[in-house]
Design a protein. Sequence first.
Lengths: 171, 130
Amino acid sequence: MKVISLFDSKNNRAELLSIWWFFVLVIIGVGVVAGTFMFAADKIDARITQSEVISNKILGCISDTGVFDARVLEEDFDIFSYCQINKIIFQDSGKYVLKISVNKKIGDDWVSLRSDILGGNNGLIANCMLGNNLVAEEYPRCSEKTILLLDSQQDVIQLKILVGSNYEYGV
Amino acid sequence: MLKNKKAETTLVEQVIFYVLNLFFIISLMIFVYNSVSGASITEERYAKTIALSIDSLKPGTEFNISISKLYELAEKNKISEPVISIQNNLVSVKVSKSGGYGFQFVSSNDFIYEINRQEKGKEVLFIKIL
């Protein structure tokens, strides 16, 4: 089998162990090492997963049996204590946001049954969807769900839940 | 005679060439494996997995996470055993002297946890959400 060398020496002999071969090894080695360091230095981004997890937790809490929990409509309803979410961390860290809208279908329109339930850093809401669609590291990653439930009178209730997390790095 | 000598040199050269190439490739693979399975990435991965598991599970749920990898790394890094602490809504994992990683969870459910290490290589973290 003929081995192809980079160039022939003066003796017209294939020269495998040439300086060019070492040069190629160095280039490949530096590339792989640099790529590995970049990968290893990059953090695991769990923001979207965390948003999904919190969103599912809230959803399970206020519609556990598939029936809308009417306590959500009470004006003094506290989503944090009701759904076992640590209010201090969620509110004070500024890294999370929560927005819940409750609507009921009357005729062809959805009518809001109460003011939106808000929690956390509301300033993140505007950046939520941008963060999901753009490569923008500083923007939060959000989960938005819309589900339909039945209330005790068998009327259709629409729940819109938006949860965002910008808690990217641990400590 | 001269031709044979030249052919022999080429064969030796080829053998060295292939051996060095193989050595280079294996070295790179070992380097990449060690880097991506290193302490810092593992600490981060376990801290996030445990924290997100606590957030996602309902009261009454019990679950086990295999942490034998953490013990393996702790032994490799010459610390007696990995440190896993879950308090004040923070999961902390440490398997090296200088490392350590913490990740917050938002659930305020009570829970208990314990590390079962009855058998080496099969260490398990048990968590029960109350």
